[in-house]
Design a protein around this ligand. Sequence first.
Ligand code: SER
Length: 615
Amino acid sequence: MIDWPGLTLDENAEVFYYFSMNTDELRSKYIEFFISKAHAQIQGKSLLPDNDPTVLFTTAGMHPLVPYLLGEEHPAGKRLVDYQKCIRTGDIDSVGDASHLTFFEMLGNWSLGDYFKEGAIEMSFEFLTSPQWLGIPLEKLGITVFEGDQTVPRDEESAVVWRRLGIPADRISYRPRSDNWWGPAGTTGPCGPDSEMFIDMGKEPCGPDCAPGCSCGKWLEIWNDVFMQYNKTAEGVYEPLARICVDTGMGIERTVTILNNKKSVYDTEIFTPIIGAVEKAAAYTYGVDPEKDRSVRIISDHVRAATFVLGDPKAVSPSNVGAGYVLRRLIRRAVRHGRKLGIAGLVLSPLARVIIDQLKGPYPELVENQGYIIAELDKEEGKFLETLQKGEHEFEKLLPSLLKDPRKTMSGRLAFKLYDTYGFPLELTQELAAEQGFTINRAEFDEAFKKHQELSRSGGEQIFKGGLGDQGEMAVKYHTATHLLHKALRMVLGDHVAQKGSNITAERMRFDFSHSAPLGADELERVQAIVNEQIRRDLPVTMAMMSLDDAKASGAIALFGEKYEFQVKVYTIGDFSKEVCGGPHVEHTGAMGAFKIQKEQSSSAGVRRIRAVLE
Ligand code: SER
């Protein structure tokens, strides 16, 4: 038996070939294989999705294909293959660890009403194990299939095919919906049970229950075959798809890391040129200091993602909303970590050039948009550096009086002022203070921050007025209803809808939101039905504390300016809504009663007002 993955070139040069596969080879082999199986290669699509208000970025290879999975004819036929650029911002907080990425490429093949479980699994098996393709030894493969629940039966069909192909029964693991169900890219869309393929990394099992799908590190997933059978509607109902389809997805970066037996994606040829450039700029050697390594990884990942967002045919520029906000956050976080590494001058655009050069083959748009990418990176970085300089300057002005303090503590209120007035991040004030041998009174900072937050909530923005003042039972119910209504409006009218204010009494709620035209009767009806469906589903309402940046990255709707960076409450209502808010809320939506819209009217220019009751 081949001792893989501990294999080296000297021990077995022949097999090594398959396991030193780089991204270009993997991409071409995959496409070539599926073309040989009568698939048509289609172009990957924009990173900024068309007509999907539920997500900011294309999150998976199947995402642009949703209309076809839902029944539309695809001009290229029933069997398709492609590679697709993707961004998942849900993972942004984990970036910096050794495995998470913001930007990644996904390979995928699709059957639109053509082959189903058997065909998909046979092809997956052949591509993975045949020496002509990946040549992964059979004994290194593990499989998971859906174990079934009240709504969908156990996926014995897939298990049978895997066993017939030679996977031993003890390496086929039945897993619950939380593992083996592919949900829609947004909140609605095609979905179904899936069968996932894993590589055994050769580690000892973590216990008697350790099987494919176990997260201990023994089994790493490389591919996912999804058997699309349902469409999840806005009302949360699973309706059968007009025609059953297959959606498969293989993450390129992940697979290359595993096939090359690297500890981390950052040790592969995908990242070594970028990291090399960071090392040079920072005069630092990656691998020496864990804290610095984390910064190197954050910069490398974020610049890669920013380069692709800016290089997209539908590029946005850094801003304070939507995809532009994520882009701004990626850039600023990278700049901050560049400074941490002591890089002087522009950090990002030289790295973008490395990335463009690396990926211009599969993504020629990067070359076409190179001028724009570089200019926007330089501009945003410049702007942020100015903010930082202003903050530093203000800090220096404070220094003489600070130095007189025998306790060596800087007041939290002063730190808050730097943050509030100049947008100077607390962690940088902390850094400057540390250089002078000071600490910052964090409790005081948090208090000033909280006070300010409350003031801005009950004051200028008029948000949650009533909700905060009146915490009677009905007001609390109406408060939860504003979140449901907010999300429902965004689903029906689009992502431009933002809450402009609300007013709650024990008898009714009023909700103001940005939208330029009166709502039609059908739109109002749909909004009302969506809210009532969530009440009927009796969704749990949960709260978590996090920074506003993290809240936004997790997809929460936030109403405040980006400078309120520290601990906010995020209320999550089942799988339906996530919003930054002070609370309070009901614990379960089922307790709210029936939601009824009484009136819709103009409130001011570009702002509509809905009056509604809970009966
Ligand atoms: N949609 C599935 C995934 O992203 C398979 O493509 O894993």
